[in-house]
Design a protein around this ligand. Structure first.
Ligand code: ASP
Length: 458
């Protein structure tokens, strides 16, 4: 059996949904369909999830909700009308949205946690109603299909709103719920339920995670992830438009490292469930289903000395702590990390020198207030020679199984960057030797990616 997940661009309008149905019906193994909320129809359009966030915000701020509510309903209504699904389903969706809107009382708008949970409830409406529409579209074609609810089938989540994680009990529950079923199941991505019954969503782009969890839970043969590109490309085509050749096969480890640094085609948290159950992932294009796409698998044959992909992400900050004889001070790093832990700051990397240590943090998780507190505690409690925080830091990942045990890879990268006058702030190579990371200024990011692409693939 195959689990197929379709992203927002594949469900943006009736024409795209018709393609989804054709793809699913072309292969009888495609029995479990995971859907996102309708995405952008054009470059300037707004995703339904973003419309729902705006609606939730209007409710919280006590504004008139008529217009933002109508904007969401209109998206589903135009799909239902073109697919000739009847007026009933639009009414059902409108009622569902109204009930969600009314679930937050005036008093509760003063409670930040209640509001955050409410935003999750609203966001989840995007995929939930999308799944209902797609199930109805299958039925309208005379196909046996049904919508499945994450609540009834055991998608149990926990953790912060908008950043939930799976409770591992879900695998057993989902496996049981789908041990045996007839026809096609349409499952909404992106959200699940806490044990207390409230809705929780994964991070943005989280329908990929749902698909991977379901593929693992039902031990699917393949997890097909349909999006709007033919393949995963070795570099972001927005930065290197001339990249034409996609990646045929890559390993989970490679995808994980590239997705981490911004390979937007696949959510980085979505890899783990498929890896654990050893389900291959196939990234494919809804608009060109004849293309085989990219297979992501446990292992593959590699050419020594080759790079699979280069990814780059902006938005990091760097805390640089200097202290003479740091290498002799037992427990120094532990104390740094304890301060970060107590202040609720998670770190990404900690490259270190003899007398210095850098802590690289995602800037969006490091507010000005947090920065002030952390820096003052580091200064007070660790008596370093200096603590400097730099912002606008970018991280570039050069990744490839073929890099392991090959000499000269880093030299090639640094030579390419030097030739373009790009200063390297940090280099970090993981123990697996399948990647190295280079820290540079954000403003140099695109130039650096182009230089590295030319050097490794040119
Ligand atoms: N609709 C959600 C988002 O826009 C989740 C997803 O599409 O995967 O982030």
């Amino acid at each position: 059996m195959k689990v197929c997940k379709f992203g927002g661009s594949s469900l943006a309008d009736a024409g795209q949904i018709a393609k989804v149905l054709d793809i699913v019906l072309a292969d009888p193994a495609r029995r479990m369909v995971v859907v996102s909320a309708p995405g952008k129809r054009t470059k300037t359009d707004t995703k339904v999830t973003d419309l729902l966030i705006a609606l939730a915000q209007a409710v919280i701020e006590g504004k008139d909700v008529k217009k933002p509510l109508a904007a969401v309903v209109a998206r589903y209504a135009s799909i239902a009308e073109t697919l000739k699904l009847g007026k009933e389903i639009v009414k059902t969706i409108e009622t569902d949205l109204l009930l969600r809107v009314q679930s937050l009382s005036r008093k509760e708008t003063a409670d930040a946690d209640k509001c955050a949970r409410f935003v999750d409830l609203m966001k989840a409406a995007g995929e939930d109603n999308s799944a209902k529409i797609v199930a109805a579209a299958f039925c309208a074609r005379g196909v046996k299909a049904r919508y499945a609810s994450p609540k009834d089938t055991g998608m149990i989540l926990e953790g912060e709103p908008g950043n939930a994680t799976l409770n591992p009990e879900s695998y057993r529950k989902l496996g049981k719920a789908f041990a045996d079923f007839e026809g096609i199941v349409v499952y909404p991505g992106f959200f699940g339920y806490r044990k207390d019954g409230t809705v929780a969503t994964f991070p943005r782009g989280g329908s990929d995670i749902t698909g991977s969890i379901l593929a693992a839970a039902i031990r699917a043969d393949v997890y097909e992830n349909f999006t709007d590109v033919d393949n995963v490309y070795p570099v972001d085509p927005r930065i290197v438009p001339e990249v034409s050749e996609g990646i045929d096969t890559m390993t989970y480890r490679e995808m994980r490292e590239l997705a981490y640094a911004g390979f937007g085609v696949f959510n980085d948290e979505a890899i783990q469930p498929a890896v654990q159950a050893r389900v291959p992932i196939n990234v494919r294009n809804t608009n060109r289903p004849q293309e085989p796409g990219t297979m992501i698998v446990q292992s593959r044959r590699v050419m020594p000395g080759t790079v699979t992909g280069i990814a780059a992400a902006n938005g990091f900050s760097n805390i640089i702590i200097d202290k003479y004889l740091m290498n002799r001070e037992v427990g120094f790093t532990r104390k740094v990390l304890a301060i970060l832990e107590e202040e609720g700051v998670s770190y990404e990397h900690i490259p270190s020198g003899i007398d210095s240590i850098s802590v690289i943090i995602r800037a969006d998780k490091f507010s000005q207030a947090k920065e002030k507190k952390v820096v003052s505690r580091l200064k007070r409690e660790l008596t370093p020679d200096s603590v400097i925080v730099t912002h606008d830091y970018a991280v570039i990942m050069v990744v490839g199984e073929g890099m392991a045990f090959s000499s000269g890879m880093l030299a090639k990268a640094t030579t390419a960057l030097a030739a373009h006058g790009i200063n390297i702030s940090m280099v970090n190579q993981g123990a697996s030797e399948i990647s190295f990371m280079i820290g540079i200024k954000s403003e140099d990011r695109d130039k650096a990616v182009r230089a590295l692409y030319e050097s490794f693939f040119g």
